[in-house]
Write a protein that binds this ligand. Structure first.
Ligand code: AMP
Ligand code: MG
Length: 437
């Protein structure tokens, strides 16, 4: 039996970061930047105003108050996106809108609220300029001016290689004028179910046969973590069918199969896989998810890793979370695939006696007054898929702990932090992209 860490590090040693591809910026959400992006100019490019108001010489407003306003002659107006030709000389002001460059000679912006024009009375350009404006408060030099380059300097790397693109990075990259970026490819992940008993959902039900849930839950997980599932369907437990489906799967970057790795089916899968590539069967010290196959195929100078998940629906999902997810993240160029661990107070007794495996029980973690509480989702059989549906976390109870009493702290692996609203960021190609005109 090998540990979870040992199994994961063996798997990851066969997994490489994929090649880069150039993509339109918004389509790259959730992917990892494969190049540094820098700015060729200052941001903002010019000194500009943070407020609507009047550009003035601060010295002209010395001593101004509501009782003794300073009167300035308004010599023009400037809106964002335009420049004011001309300059401010003593005794003059320019009406100015947020984002507009500060006219020459001005060194402060007096907001409308501090003048006798308390509100912006009309959109820029639509209003007859008053001959003058009364300033009701002295301005400090530099007041309400955003300096050129205060956000970013010309030549500066603004988002570096290896960064995961979130909406804020995408906004920053757009702000330096870049429309497309090189990002590491999302892996295509072939998903194959094996077993004579399986039926495709949608087919009529018959006798002892069961519907294939693994292909669907696993493909959804692939999708969620940023891969592109390629569903190969079901291979019957025959050498021919299995070999044929595996060949199809070699077009992918990663092959994931389920079932056929426990004692009963072991031989057929082993036969086929050893003929086609290298394969190892492991007993991993985790519950659920103990039997796991891992192998590697070679095709056209490409190496295609293969993860053989256990067949039981809960085990398949849990083993995917533990081994499949990090593999996908690594292929996408992500450097951290650890999940946040949370310390939670057990709400009930959890027994893992006489089992030398880490217990990954499905649980529901809730938060009250800054503390986390964990309760199990009920029966923990590895065939009870609804236990996975109710869970938002897995317990991480070490093998050497036999019993956790209510009130004791345990560690949990959070699977969902929210109720799903963030998943859009993981959607693969074509699924979450904006609709173009
Ligand atoms: P096996 O690993 O082939 O021994 O399968 C273990 C258990 O998981 C058996 O009860 C199978 O019927 C079940 N199982 C295997 N594959 C799937 C699947 N794709 N969907 C649902 N259940 C499955
Ligand atoms: Mg089977």
């Amino acid at each position: 039996m090998i540990s979870i860490e040992e199994a994961l590090s063996r798997i990851l040693s066969y997994v490489d970061v994929l090649s880069a591809e150039k993509k339109p910026l918004v389509d790259a959400l959730g992917q990892v930047l494969a190049e540094d992006v820098s700015s060729s100019f200052d941001i903002p490019p010019l000194d500009n105003t943070a407020m609507d108001g009047y550009a003035v010489r601060a010295a002209d407003t010395t001593g101004a108050s509501a009782e003794a306003p300073v009167q300035l002659r308004v010599i023009g107006e400037v809106a964002a996106g335009y420049t004011f030709d001309g300059g401010i000389v003593p005794g003059t002001a320019v009406r100015i809108m947020t984002g507009a460059p500060v006219p020459g000679g001005a060194d402060a912006i007096v907001p409308f609220e501090e003048t006798d024009e308390p509100f912006e009375t009309a959109p820029s350009g639509a209003r007859q300029l008053t001959a003058d404006v009364k300033v009701l408060k002295a301005a400090q030099p530099g007041a309400n001016i955003r300096r050129a380059g205060e956000d970013l300097r010309a030549g500066q790397v603004v988002v570096s290689k290896g960064t995961v693109l979130r909406p804020s990075e995408i906004g920053v990259i757009a702000s330096v004028g870049t429309a497309a970026v090189n990002v590491f490819r999302r892996p295509v992940v072939a998903v194959l179910s094996t077993g004579d008993e399986l039926l495709e959902p949608g087919q009529p039900r018959s006798g002892a046969r069961i519907y294939d849930s693994n292909a669907h839950s696993v493909s959804a997980l692939v999708h969620r973590y940023g891969g592109r599932p390629m569903m190969l369907g079901i291979a019957r437990d025959t050498v021919e069918e299995l070999a044929a489906k595996i060949h199809e799967g070699l077009a992918a970057d990663l092959l994931i199969t389920s079932a056929g790795v426990s004692r009963g089916d072991y031989d057929i899968v082993k036969d086929v896989l050893t003929r086609e590539g290298e394969i190892d069967f492991w007993t991993v010290a985790m519950k659920p998810g103990k039997p796991l196959a891992f192998g590697c195929f070679q095709k056209d100078a490409r190496r295609i890793p293969h993860i053989g998940l256990p067949g039981n629906p809960v085990s398949a999902m849990v083993a995917f979370e533990i081994f499949g997810r990090p593999a996908i993240l690594k292929m996408m160029g992500k450097r951290d695939w650890r999940r946040p661990l949370v310390r939670a107070i057990a709400q009930e007794r959890i027994v893992n006696r006489n089992d030398p495996r880490v217990f990954l029980a499905r649980c529901i973690v809730t938060e009250r007054d800054g503390k986390h509480y964990a309760s199990l989702t009920g029966a923990q059989g590895s065939g009870i898929l609804t236990s996975m549906m109710r869970a938002n976390a897995l317990t991480l109870i070490p093998a050497e702990i036999d019993v956790v009493e209510p009130g004791e702290e345990i560690e949990v692996i959070m699977l969902d932090w929210s109720r799903g609203e963030e998943w859009g960021s993981y959607l693969a190609e074509g699924q979450g992209s904006p609709i173009s005109r």
